[in-house]
Ligand binder design. Structure first.
Ligand code: CTP
Ligand code: MG
Length: 555
Protein backbone atom coordinates (compact mmCIF):
# COMPACT_ATOMS: atom_id res chain seq x y z
CA UNK A 1 0.00 0.00 0.00
CA UNK A 2 1.03 3.55 -0.62
CA UNK A 3 2.78 4.82 2.40
CA UNK A 4 0.94 7.27 4.55
CA UNK A 5 3.37 9.13 6.69
CA UNK A 6 3.11 11.81 9.21
CA UNK A 7 3.47 14.68 6.76
CA UNK A 8 5.59 16.98 8.82
CA UNK A 9 7.54 15.65 11.71
CA UNK A 10 8.45 18.97 13.16
CA UNK A 11 8.20 19.37 16.88
CA UNK A 12 5.78 21.98 18.06
CA UNK A 13 6.08 21.16 21.73
CA UNK A 14 3.94 19.15 24.07
CA UNK A 15 1.31 21.87 24.01
CA UNK A 16 -0.16 20.50 20.81
CA UNK A 17 -0.69 17.12 22.43
CA UNK A 18 -2.02 18.55 25.66
CA UNK A 19 -4.43 20.81 23.76
CA UNK A 20 -5.62 17.77 21.86
CA UNK A 21 -6.20 15.80 25.01
CA UNK A 22 -8.21 18.62 26.50
CA UNK A 23 -10.26 18.86 23.37
CA UNK A 24 -11.02 15.19 23.31
CA UNK A 25 -11.87 14.94 26.96
CA UNK A 26 -14.30 17.88 27.02
CA UNK A 27 -17.81 17.05 28.26
CA UNK A 28 -19.18 15.71 25.12
CA UNK A 29 -21.50 13.88 22.94
CA UNK A 30 -20.49 10.36 23.80
CA UNK A 31 -20.85 10.74 27.47
CA UNK A 32 -17.13 11.23 27.81
CA UNK A 33 -16.51 13.78 30.52
CA UNK A 34 -13.91 16.35 31.43
CA UNK A 35 -11.99 15.88 34.65
CA UNK A 36 -13.80 18.79 36.26
CA UNK A 37 -17.40 17.68 35.75
CA UNK A 38 -17.17 13.86 35.57
CA UNK A 39 -20.79 13.14 36.38
CA UNK A 40 -21.70 9.57 37.17
CA UNK A 41 -22.91 7.32 34.40
CA UNK A 42 -26.40 7.07 35.93
CA UNK A 43 -26.71 10.84 36.08
CA UNK A 44 -25.68 11.25 32.44
CA UNK A 45 -28.15 8.56 31.37
CA UNK A 46 -31.03 10.05 33.35
CA UNK A 47 -30.43 13.51 31.90
CA UNK A 48 -30.33 12.16 28.38
CA UNK A 49 -33.51 10.16 28.93
CA UNK A 50 -35.35 13.23 30.23
CA UNK A 51 -34.08 15.30 27.31
CA UNK A 52 -35.36 12.66 24.89
CA UNK A 53 -38.87 12.73 26.37
CA UNK A 54 -39.16 16.40 25.37
CA UNK A 55 -37.92 15.73 21.87
CA UNK A 56 -39.73 15.03 18.59
CA UNK A 57 -38.52 13.77 15.22
CA UNK A 58 -39.90 15.50 12.14
CA UNK A 59 -39.52 14.54 8.51
CA UNK A 60 -39.34 17.78 6.50
CA UNK A 61 -38.84 19.04 2.96
CA UNK A 62 -35.08 19.43 2.24
CA UNK A 63 -35.48 23.09 1.31
CA UNK A 64 -37.34 24.17 4.39
CA UNK A 65 -36.89 27.71 5.69
CA UNK A 66 -35.29 27.07 9.08
CA UNK A 67 -36.41 30.34 10.64
CA UNK A 68 -40.04 29.90 9.62
CA UNK A 69 -39.93 26.25 10.70
CA UNK A 70 -38.73 27.19 14.20
CA UNK A 71 -41.20 30.06 14.47
CA UNK A 72 -44.04 27.75 13.48
CA UNK A 73 -43.09 25.10 16.04
CA UNK A 74 -42.43 27.69 18.75
CA UNK A 75 -46.17 28.24 18.86
CA UNK A 76 -46.19 25.06 20.97
CA UNK A 77 -43.55 26.37 23.37
CA UNK A 78 -39.86 27.21 23.74
CA UNK A 79 -37.43 25.12 21.72
CA UNK A 80 -34.23 24.20 23.59
CA UNK A 81 -32.26 22.79 20.69
CA UNK A 82 -32.77 21.53 17.18
CA UNK A 83 -30.75 20.13 14.30
CA UNK A 84 -31.29 18.63 10.86
CA UNK A 85 -29.83 15.47 9.35
CA UNK A 86 -30.29 13.22 6.33
CA UNK A 87 -31.62 9.67 6.46
CA UNK A 88 -34.17 8.69 3.83
CA UNK A 89 -34.86 12.41 3.42
CA UNK A 90 -34.31 15.40 5.66
CA UNK A 91 -35.26 15.14 9.31
CA UNK A 92 -35.29 17.56 12.20
CA UNK A 93 -34.76 16.70 15.86
CA UNK A 94 -36.46 19.30 18.01
CA UNK A 95 -36.19 19.43 21.77
CA UNK A 96 -38.82 21.50 23.58
CA UNK A 97 -38.13 22.80 27.05
CA UNK A 98 -41.46 21.54 28.37
CA UNK A 99 -43.42 18.32 27.96
CA UNK A 100 -46.61 20.36 27.42
CA UNK A 101 -45.24 21.52 24.09
CA UNK A 102 -45.04 17.93 22.84
CA UNK A 103 -48.64 17.40 23.95
CA UNK A 104 -49.66 20.61 22.17
CA UNK A 105 -48.02 19.38 18.96
CA UNK A 106 -49.85 16.05 19.37
CA UNK A 107 -53.17 17.83 19.66
CA UNK A 108 -52.58 19.87 16.48
CA UNK A 109 -51.20 17.11 14.23
CA UNK A 110 -53.60 15.36 11.89
CA UNK A 111 -53.85 11.73 10.82
CA UNK A 112 -52.72 11.33 7.21
CA UNK A 113 -55.27 10.51 4.56
CA UNK A 114 -53.71 8.28 1.92
CA UNK A 115 -55.77 7.35 -1.13
CA UNK A 116 -54.94 3.68 -1.67
CA UNK A 117 -53.63 2.70 1.78
CA UNK A 118 -54.99 2.70 5.27
CA UNK A 119 -53.00 3.86 8.28
CA UNK A 120 -52.59 2.22 11.68
CA UNK A 121 -53.60 5.11 13.94
CA UNK A 122 -50.74 4.74 16.44
CA UNK A 123 -49.66 8.26 17.39
CA UNK A 124 -45.97 8.76 18.11
CA UNK A 125 -43.46 11.62 18.29
CA UNK A 126 -42.46 10.98 14.70
CA UNK A 127 -44.13 13.61 12.51
CA UNK A 128 -44.09 14.88 8.94
CA UNK A 129 -44.16 18.59 8.26
CA UNK A 130 -45.33 19.81 4.89
CA UNK A 131 -44.85 23.17 3.31
CA UNK A 132 -47.96 25.10 2.33
CA UNK A 133 -45.95 27.67 0.34
CA UNK A 134 -45.85 27.63 -3.46
CA UNK A 135 -43.48 25.39 -5.40
CA UNK A 136 -41.50 28.40 -6.79
CA UNK A 137 -40.95 29.84 -3.33
CA UNK A 138 -39.66 26.53 -2.04
CA UNK A 139 -37.39 26.11 -5.08
CA UNK A 140 -35.55 29.36 -4.22
CA UNK A 141 -34.90 28.16 -0.70
CA UNK A 142 -31.44 26.74 0.13
CA UNK A 143 -31.33 23.24 1.64
CA UNK A 144 -30.87 23.29 5.42
CA UNK A 145 -27.48 22.45 6.95
CA UNK A 146 -27.38 18.82 8.05
CA UNK A 147 -25.37 17.26 10.85
CA UNK A 148 -23.28 14.25 9.86
CA UNK A 149 -24.48 10.92 11.17
CA UNK A 150 -21.80 8.66 9.72
CA UNK A 151 -18.02 8.47 9.66
CA UNK A 152 -15.93 9.92 6.85
CA UNK A 153 -14.68 7.44 4.20
CA UNK A 154 -11.44 5.69 5.10
CA UNK A 155 -9.45 7.49 2.37
CA UNK A 156 -10.47 10.87 3.72
CA UNK A 157 -9.61 9.70 7.20
CA UNK A 158 -6.15 8.61 6.09
CA UNK A 159 -5.61 11.97 4.38
CA UNK A 160 -6.51 13.75 7.61
CA UNK A 161 -4.33 11.50 9.71
CA UNK A 162 -1.38 11.98 7.45
CA UNK A 163 -1.45 15.73 8.01
CA UNK A 164 -1.30 15.29 11.79
CA UNK A 165 1.94 16.25 13.46
CA UNK A 166 2.56 13.13 15.47
CA UNK A 167 1.14 9.82 16.56
CA UNK A 168 -0.85 11.34 19.46
CA UNK A 169 -2.52 13.75 17.11
CA UNK A 170 -3.30 10.95 14.72
CA UNK A 171 -5.02 8.88 17.36
CA UNK A 172 -6.96 11.78 18.83
CA UNK A 173 -7.94 12.88 15.32
CA UNK A 174 -9.32 9.38 14.76
CA UNK A 175 -11.39 9.65 17.94
CA UNK A 176 -12.66 13.08 16.88
CA UNK A 177 -13.75 11.78 13.52
CA UNK A 178 -15.26 8.51 14.68
CA UNK A 179 -16.86 9.16 18.06
CA UNK A 180 -20.59 9.74 18.40
CA UNK A 181 -21.48 13.38 18.04
CA UNK A 182 -23.75 15.24 20.45
CA UNK A 183 -26.49 15.16 17.80
CA UNK A 184 -26.11 11.47 17.08
CA UNK A 185 -26.29 10.69 20.79
CA UNK A 186 -29.46 12.77 21.12
CA UNK A 187 -30.98 10.90 18.19
CA UNK A 188 -30.11 7.56 19.81
CA UNK A 189 -31.80 8.50 23.07
CA UNK A 190 -34.79 9.78 21.10
CA UNK A 191 -35.22 6.45 19.29
CA UNK A 192 -34.93 4.68 22.63
CA UNK A 193 -37.64 6.95 23.99
CA UNK A 194 -39.88 6.30 20.95
CA UNK A 195 -39.55 2.55 21.49
CA UNK A 196 -40.29 3.14 25.15
CA UNK A 197 -43.61 4.65 24.08
CA UNK A 198 -44.52 1.44 22.22
CA UNK A 199 -43.57 -0.75 25.19
CA UNK A 200 -45.30 1.41 27.77
CA UNK A 201 -48.66 0.72 26.13
CA UNK A 202 -48.36 -2.67 27.90
CA UNK A 203 -45.90 -1.94 30.68
CA UNK A 204 -46.31 1.71 31.69
CA UNK A 205 -43.66 1.58 34.44
CA UNK A 206 -40.98 -0.09 32.38
CA UNK A 207 -38.21 1.85 30.65
CA UNK A 208 -36.21 1.30 27.51
CA UNK A 209 -32.59 2.41 27.90
CA UNK A 210 -29.67 2.46 25.47
CA UNK A 211 -26.65 0.38 26.51
CA UNK A 212 -23.49 -0.91 24.79
CA UNK A 213 -21.41 1.42 22.66
CA UNK A 214 -24.08 4.15 22.53
CA UNK A 215 -23.34 4.93 26.17
CA UNK A 216 -20.07 3.24 27.10
CA UNK A 217 -17.93 6.05 25.56
CA UNK A 218 -16.56 3.78 22.81
CA UNK A 219 -19.37 4.30 20.30
CA UNK A 220 -18.48 5.01 16.70
CA UNK A 221 -20.84 6.84 14.32
CA UNK A 222 -22.89 4.17 12.60
CA UNK A 223 -22.67 1.59 15.40
CA UNK A 224 -25.82 -0.31 16.30
CA UNK A 225 -28.22 0.91 18.95
CA UNK A 226 -28.46 -1.62 21.78
CA UNK A 227 -31.65 -1.18 23.77
CA UNK A 228 -32.57 -2.75 27.04
CA UNK A 229 -36.13 -3.11 28.23
CA UNK A 230 -35.92 -2.72 32.00
CA UNK A 231 -38.94 -4.43 33.53
CA UNK A 232 -37.46 -4.21 37.00
CA UNK A 233 -38.89 -0.72 37.40
CA UNK A 234 -42.33 -2.39 37.55
CA UNK A 235 -41.36 -4.12 40.81
CA UNK A 236 -39.89 -0.89 42.17
CA UNK A 237 -43.10 1.06 41.55
CA UNK A 238 -44.98 -0.73 44.37
CA UNK A 239 -44.94 1.59 47.38
CA UNK A 240 -45.66 -1.08 50.02
CA UNK A 241 -48.49 -2.82 51.77
CA UNK A 242 -51.26 -1.13 53.68
CA UNK A 243 -51.19 -2.06 57.39
CA UNK A 244 -53.88 -4.50 58.46
CA UNK A 245 -54.82 -8.14 58.50
CA UNK A 246 -54.63 -8.62 54.71
CA UNK A 247 -52.24 -8.13 51.84
CA UNK A 248 -53.09 -7.73 48.18
CA UNK A 249 -51.10 -8.99 45.26
CA UNK A 250 -51.59 -8.99 41.52
CA UNK A 251 -52.72 -12.11 39.74
CA UNK A 252 -50.25 -12.70 36.99
CA UNK A 253 -49.58 -15.27 34.28
CA UNK A 254 -47.07 -17.90 35.33
CA UNK A 255 -44.41 -19.29 33.04
CA UNK A 256 -41.72 -21.92 33.55
CA UNK A 257 -38.70 -19.58 33.72
CA UNK A 258 -37.50 -16.00 33.53
CA UNK A 259 -36.14 -16.77 30.08
CA UNK A 260 -39.61 -17.83 28.86
CA UNK A 261 -41.14 -14.65 30.32
CA UNK A 262 -38.50 -12.56 28.51
CA UNK A 263 -39.10 -14.44 25.25
CA UNK A 264 -42.89 -13.94 25.51
CA UNK A 265 -42.59 -10.24 26.26
CA UNK A 266 -40.08 -9.62 23.49
CA UNK A 267 -42.22 -11.59 21.08
CA UNK A 268 -45.25 -9.36 21.72
CA UNK A 269 -43.21 -6.16 21.76
CA UNK A 270 -41.57 -7.27 18.51
CA UNK A 271 -45.03 -7.64 16.96
CA UNK A 272 -46.01 -4.18 18.22
CA UNK A 273 -42.87 -2.58 16.83
CA UNK A 274 -43.46 -4.35 13.54
CA UNK A 275 -47.15 -3.48 13.26
CA UNK A 276 -47.42 -0.13 14.98
CA UNK A 277 -43.94 1.40 15.23
CA UNK A 278 -43.64 4.25 12.70
CA UNK A 279 -40.32 4.06 10.85
CA UNK A 280 -39.47 0.59 12.23
CA UNK A 281 -38.76 -1.91 9.45
CA UNK A 282 -37.18 -5.34 9.01
CA UNK A 283 -38.24 -6.61 12.43
CA UNK A 284 -36.66 -9.96 13.32
CA UNK A 285 -37.36 -11.83 16.52
CA UNK A 286 -34.27 -13.75 17.60
CA UNK A 287 -35.71 -15.33 20.69
CA UNK A 288 -33.60 -18.48 20.95
CA UNK A 289 -30.30 -16.63 21.30
CA UNK A 290 -28.50 -16.80 24.67
CA UNK A 291 -29.78 -13.30 25.16
CA UNK A 292 -33.16 -13.17 23.30
CA UNK A 293 -33.60 -10.02 21.21
CA UNK A 294 -35.73 -8.19 18.67
CA UNK A 295 -33.68 -6.66 15.84
CA UNK A 296 -35.06 -3.94 13.58
CA UNK A 297 -34.06 -0.86 11.63
CA UNK A 298 -35.27 2.53 12.63
CA UNK A 299 -35.32 3.99 9.16
CA UNK A 300 -35.78 7.72 9.86
CA UNK A 301 -32.87 7.64 12.33
CA UNK A 302 -30.76 5.22 10.29
CA UNK A 303 -29.98 2.88 13.20
CA UNK A 304 -30.00 -0.86 13.47
CA UNK A 305 -31.52 -1.59 16.85
CA UNK A 306 -31.19 -4.66 19.08
CA UNK A 307 -33.82 -4.70 21.80
CA UNK A 308 -33.18 -7.07 24.72
CA UNK A 309 -34.87 -7.47 28.08
CA UNK A 310 -33.73 -8.74 31.43
CA UNK A 311 -30.17 -7.72 30.60
CA UNK A 312 -29.13 -5.62 33.57
CA UNK A 313 -25.63 -7.08 33.67
CA UNK A 314 -24.90 -5.65 30.21
CA UNK A 315 -25.96 -2.27 31.56
CA UNK A 316 -23.38 -2.65 34.33
CA UNK A 317 -20.69 -3.57 31.83
CA UNK A 318 -21.62 -0.46 29.83
CA UNK A 319 -21.11 1.61 32.97
CA UNK A 320 -17.82 -0.10 33.72
CA UNK A 321 -16.54 0.65 30.23
CA UNK A 322 -17.75 4.24 30.57
CA UNK A 323 -15.66 4.59 33.72
CA UNK A 324 -12.56 3.16 32.04
CA UNK A 325 -13.15 5.36 28.98
CA UNK A 326 -13.28 8.48 31.14
CA UNK A 327 -10.33 7.73 33.41
CA UNK A 328 -7.55 8.60 31.00
CA UNK A 329 -7.75 10.08 27.51
CA UNK A 330 -5.37 7.40 26.23
CA UNK A 331 -7.99 4.68 26.79
CA UNK A 332 -10.49 5.83 24.19
CA UNK A 333 -7.77 6.86 21.76
CA UNK A 334 -6.27 3.39 21.87
CA UNK A 335 -9.60 1.54 21.74
CA UNK A 336 -10.83 3.56 18.75
CA UNK A 337 -7.56 3.05 16.89
CA UNK A 338 -7.37 -0.68 17.52
CA UNK A 339 -11.03 -1.11 16.54
CA UNK A 340 -10.49 0.92 13.38
CA UNK A 341 -7.42 -1.09 12.44
CA UNK A 342 -9.30 -4.34 13.12
CA UNK A 343 -12.30 -3.29 11.05
CA UNK A 344 -10.28 -2.33 8.00
CA UNK A 345 -8.47 -5.66 8.11
CA UNK A 346 -11.63 -7.67 8.42
CA UNK A 347 -10.71 -8.86 11.92
CA UNK A 348 -14.08 -7.51 13.06
CA UNK A 349 -17.23 -7.46 10.97
CA UNK A 350 -20.74 -6.10 11.17
CA UNK A 351 -22.00 -9.60 10.35
CA UNK A 352 -22.13 -12.00 13.30
CA UNK A 353 -19.73 -14.94 13.01
CA UNK A 354 -16.46 -16.37 14.31
CA UNK A 355 -14.86 -12.91 14.25
CA UNK A 356 -13.57 -11.02 17.24
CA UNK A 357 -16.21 -8.48 18.31
CA UNK A 358 -15.61 -4.84 19.12
CA UNK A 359 -16.58 -5.61 22.70
CA UNK A 360 -13.88 -8.31 22.91
CA UNK A 361 -11.30 -5.96 21.39
CA UNK A 362 -12.18 -3.31 23.94
CA UNK A 363 -11.65 -5.85 26.71
CA UNK A 364 -8.27 -6.74 25.20
CA UNK A 365 -7.19 -3.10 25.15
CA UNK A 366 -8.36 -2.58 28.74
CA UNK A 367 -6.49 -5.67 29.89
CA UNK A 368 -3.35 -4.50 28.11
CA UNK A 369 -3.62 -1.09 29.83
CA UNK A 370 -4.00 -2.84 33.19
CA UNK A 371 -0.79 -4.74 32.48
CA UNK A 372 1.40 -1.67 31.92
CA UNK A 373 3.92 -0.71 34.59
CA UNK A 374 2.58 1.24 36.35
CA UNK A 375 -0.95 0.32 35.21
CA UNK A 376 -2.82 2.96 33.22
CA UNK A 377 -6.21 1.74 34.47
CA UNK A 378 -6.99 -0.29 37.60
CA UNK A 379 -8.42 -3.79 37.73
CA UNK A 380 -12.14 -4.29 38.28
CA UNK A 381 -11.33 -5.73 41.70
CA UNK A 382 -9.68 -2.45 42.62
CA UNK A 383 -12.77 -0.54 41.45
CA UNK A 384 -14.81 -2.86 43.64
CA UNK A 385 -12.61 -2.05 46.65
CA UNK A 386 -13.34 1.65 46.11
CA UNK A 387 -17.13 1.10 46.01
CA UNK A 388 -19.40 2.38 48.76
CA UNK A 389 -22.76 1.02 49.95
CA UNK A 390 -24.83 2.51 47.14
CA UNK A 391 -22.52 1.04 44.51
CA UNK A 392 -23.31 -2.52 45.60
CA UNK A 393 -25.13 -4.38 42.82
CA UNK A 394 -25.78 -8.09 42.93
CA UNK A 395 -27.59 -9.26 39.81
CA UNK A 396 -28.70 -12.92 39.65
CA UNK A 397 -26.03 -13.83 42.22
CA UNK A 398 -23.34 -12.06 40.21
CA UNK A 399 -21.37 -9.39 42.01
CA UNK A 400 -21.50 -6.31 39.78
CA UNK A 401 -20.21 -3.90 42.41
CA UNK A 402 -17.73 -1.17 41.51
CA UNK A 403 -17.21 2.49 42.31
CA UNK A 404 -19.49 4.82 40.35
CA UNK A 405 -17.75 8.08 41.27
CA UNK A 406 -14.80 8.49 38.91
CA UNK A 407 -13.32 11.17 41.16
CA UNK A 408 -12.51 8.49 43.74
CA UNK A 409 -10.14 6.72 41.36
CA UNK A 410 -6.52 7.91 41.49
CA UNK A 411 -4.99 9.03 38.20
CA UNK A 412 -2.30 6.75 36.83
CA UNK A 413 1.35 7.71 37.20
CA UNK A 414 2.11 6.05 33.89
CA UNK A 415 3.30 8.61 31.32
CA UNK A 416 3.75 6.36 28.27
CA UNK A 417 2.83 8.01 24.99
CA UNK A 418 0.15 6.68 22.70
CA UNK A 419 2.82 5.87 20.16
CA UNK A 420 4.51 3.56 22.63
CA UNK A 421 1.20 2.08 23.78
CA UNK A 422 -0.05 1.36 20.30
CA UNK A 423 3.15 -0.37 19.40
CA UNK A 424 3.28 -2.31 22.67
CA UNK A 425 -0.34 -3.37 22.24
CA UNK A 426 0.51 -5.20 19.04
CA UNK A 427 3.63 -6.64 20.57
CA UNK A 428 1.74 -7.78 23.68
CA UNK A 429 -0.92 -9.65 21.72
CA UNK A 430 1.50 -10.76 19.05
CA UNK A 431 3.20 -12.76 21.81
CA UNK A 432 0.30 -13.56 24.14
CA UNK A 433 -0.02 -17.20 25.27
CA UNK A 434 -3.58 -17.54 23.98
CA UNK A 435 -3.28 -21.34 24.05
CA UNK A 436 -2.84 -21.36 27.80
CA UNK A 437 -4.06 -18.05 29.25
CA UNK A 438 -7.25 -16.08 29.46
CA UNK A 439 -7.77 -12.34 29.62
CA UNK A 440 -9.43 -11.20 32.81
CA UNK A 441 -10.02 -7.50 33.49
CA UNK A 442 -11.36 -8.33 36.95
CA UNK A 443 -7.93 -9.25 38.23
CA UNK A 444 -5.88 -7.52 35.55
CA UNK A 445 -3.74 -10.66 35.39
CA UNK A 446 -3.40 -13.56 32.98
CA UNK A 447 -4.89 -16.75 34.33
CA UNK A 448 -5.17 -20.29 33.04
CA UNK A 449 -8.10 -20.81 30.68
CA UNK A 450 -10.85 -22.96 32.20
CA UNK A 451 -11.68 -24.49 28.81
CA UNK A 452 -9.95 -24.70 25.44
CA UNK A 453 -11.75 -21.92 23.47
CA UNK A 454 -9.12 -20.34 21.17
CA UNK A 455 -9.68 -16.87 22.68
CA UNK A 456 -10.89 -16.71 26.27
CA UNK A 457 -11.94 -13.33 27.69
CA UNK A 458 -13.70 -13.78 30.97
CA UNK A 459 -16.94 -11.85 31.23
CA UNK A 460 -16.23 -9.35 34.02
CA UNK A 461 -19.49 -10.04 35.85
CA UNK A 462 -20.53 -13.53 34.80
CA UNK A 463 -17.28 -15.30 35.44
CA UNK A 464 -18.43 -18.56 33.86
CA UNK A 465 -18.94 -16.85 30.49
CA UNK A 466 -16.38 -16.26 27.79
CA UNK A 467 -17.07 -12.98 25.98
CA UNK A 468 -15.28 -14.28 22.88
CA UNK A 469 -16.64 -17.83 22.77
CA UNK A 470 -17.61 -17.31 19.13
CA UNK A 471 -14.01 -16.76 17.99
CA UNK A 472 -12.42 -19.68 16.15
CA UNK A 473 -8.72 -20.57 15.85
CA UNK A 474 -8.44 -19.18 12.31
CA UNK A 475 -9.75 -15.77 13.31
CA UNK A 476 -7.48 -15.63 16.35
CA UNK A 477 -4.49 -16.59 14.21
CA UNK A 478 -5.33 -13.82 11.71
CA UNK A 479 -5.41 -11.32 14.54
CA UNK A 480 -2.07 -12.50 15.90
CA UNK A 481 -0.46 -12.56 12.45
CA UNK A 482 -1.63 -9.03 11.67
CA UNK A 483 -0.50 -7.78 15.08
CA UNK A 484 2.95 -9.29 14.51
CA UNK A 485 3.05 -7.85 11.03
CA UNK A 486 2.65 -4.29 12.28
CA UNK A 487 5.53 -4.08 14.70
CA UNK A 488 7.91 -6.94 14.21
CA UNK A 489 10.58 -4.93 15.99
CA UNK A 490 8.36 -2.58 17.88
CA UNK A 491 9.90 -2.52 21.31
CA UNK A 492 13.39 -1.91 20.10
CA UNK A 493 12.14 0.57 17.54
CA UNK A 494 10.65 2.70 20.23
CA UNK A 495 13.92 3.23 21.98
CA UNK A 496 16.61 5.69 21.09
CA UNK A 497 19.49 4.12 19.12
CA UNK A 498 21.60 3.92 22.28
CA UNK A 499 18.80 2.35 24.32
CA UNK A 500 18.00 -0.05 21.53
CA UNK A 501 21.61 -1.13 21.26
CA UNK A 502 21.86 -1.58 25.03
CA UNK A 503 18.77 -3.77 24.96
CA UNK A 504 20.24 -5.94 22.22
CA UNK A 505 17.74 -4.82 19.60
CA UNK A 506 17.94 -6.10 16.06
CA UNK A 507 20.13 -3.90 13.82
CA UNK A 508 17.23 -3.05 11.53
CA UNK A 509 15.42 -1.38 14.40
CA UNK A 510 18.48 0.71 15.14
CA UNK A 511 18.79 1.60 11.50
CA UNK A 512 15.23 2.81 11.54
CA UNK A 513 15.95 4.95 14.55
CA UNK A 514 19.07 6.40 13.08
CA UNK A 515 17.23 7.30 9.93
CA UNK A 516 14.82 9.23 12.11
CA UNK A 517 17.58 11.02 13.96
CA UNK A 518 19.34 12.13 10.79
CA UNK A 519 16.13 13.65 9.45
CA UNK A 520 16.42 17.47 9.75
CA UNK A 521 13.04 17.59 11.50
CA UNK A 522 14.19 15.01 14.02
CA UNK A 523 17.33 16.92 14.61
CA UNK A 524 15.16 19.85 15.53
CA UNK A 525 13.22 17.70 17.93
CA UNK A 526 16.29 16.45 19.65
CA UNK A 527 18.04 19.79 19.79
CA UNK A 528 15.00 21.96 20.27
CA UNK A 529 13.64 20.96 23.62
CA UNK A 530 15.62 18.40 25.45
CA UNK A 531 13.47 18.97 28.57
CA UNK A 532 10.60 17.26 26.86
CA UNK A 533 12.68 14.52 25.39
CA UNK A 534 11.72 11.66 27.71
CA UNK A 535 8.45 11.76 25.81
CA UNK A 536 9.61 13.00 22.51
CA UNK A 537 12.76 11.10 21.77
CA UNK A 538 11.26 7.69 21.51
CA UNK A 539 8.37 8.99 19.50
CA UNK A 540 10.63 10.93 17.19
CA UNK A 541 12.98 8.05 16.71
CA UNK A 542 10.27 5.78 15.47
CA UNK A 543 7.78 8.00 13.74
CA UNK A 544 8.10 6.13 10.50
CA UNK A 545 7.26 2.85 12.10
CA UNK A 546 4.56 4.33 14.21
CA UNK A 547 2.85 5.82 11.18
CA UNK A 548 2.63 2.29 9.88
CA UNK A 549 -0.67 1.29 11.53
CA UNK A 550 -2.23 3.95 9.41
CA UNK A 551 -0.61 2.62 6.28
CA UNK A 552 -2.27 -0.52 7.34
CA UNK A 553 -5.66 1.12 7.59
CA UNK A 554 -6.04 0.94 3.84
CA UNK A 555 -8.42 -1.87 3.05
N1 CTP B 1 -22.12 -7.96 25.68
C1 CTP B 1 -21.67 -8.89 26.62
N2 CTP B 1 -21.11 -10.04 26.20
C2 CTP B 1 -20.97 -10.33 24.90
C3 CTP B 1 -21.42 -9.41 23.94
C4 CTP B 1 -21.99 -8.23 24.36
O1 CTP B 1 -21.77 -8.63 27.81
N3 CTP B 1 -20.42 -11.47 24.53
C5 CTP B 1 -22.72 -6.71 26.15
C6 CTP B 1 -21.68 -5.61 26.33
O2 CTP B 1 -22.08 -4.81 27.40
C7 CTP B 1 -21.76 -4.84 25.03
C8 CTP B 1 -23.24 -4.92 24.76
O3 CTP B 1 -23.64 -6.22 25.19
O4 CTP B 1 -21.29 -3.51 25.17
C9 CTP B 1 -23.63 -4.71 23.32
O5 CTP B 1 -23.03 -5.67 22.50
P1 CTP B 1 -22.45 -5.28 21.08
O6 CTP B 1 -23.45 -4.44 20.36
O7 CTP B 1 -21.98 -6.52 20.44
O8 CTP B 1 -21.15 -4.43 21.45
P2 CTP B 1 -20.90 -2.90 21.62
O9 CTP B 1 -20.05 -2.71 22.83
O10 CTP B 1 -22.18 -2.14 21.58
O11 CTP B 1 -20.00 -2.53 20.35
P3 CTP B 1 -20.48 -2.19 18.84
O12 CTP B 1 -20.07 -0.78 18.65
O13 CTP B 1 -19.73 -3.13 17.98
O14 CTP B 1 -21.95 -2.40 18.75
MG1 MG C 1 -23.59 -2.38 20.02
Amino acid sequence: PQSVRIACLKFRGLSAIVAREEQVSKPDETGSESCSSRRTFIKVQEERQQQAKHTVLISCPPKINEKKFLKYLSQHGTINTHFFYESFGTHAVVEFSKLDSVESLFSRASIPVIKEDCVVPFKSRLFTIKSTTSFEQAANQKPVGCQKQSTIPINELIAKLSSAENIEEQLFCLVDEYQLTEENTRLRFLVSSLINDVVSAYFPESTVKPFGSTVNSFGKLGCDLDLFLDLDDIRKSAIGKLPGPFSVEFQMKRVSSGRVATQNILSVIGECIDNFGPGCVGVQKILNARCPLVRFSHQPAGFQCDLTANNRIAMRSSELLYIYGNLDSRVRALVFSVRCWARVHGITSSIPGAWISNFSLTMMVLFFLQKRTPPIIPSLNHLKDLADAEDVHIIDDNDCTFVSDINKIKASKNTETLGVLLSEFFEFYGNFAFNKNMINIRTGKEQNKPEPSPLYIQNPFESILNVSKNVNQTQLERFVALARDIFPTSTSALRSPQEAAAAGAAPDAREGSERGVSDPCWAQVLDGDSEASPYLRPRAATAEKIAKPFDALRP
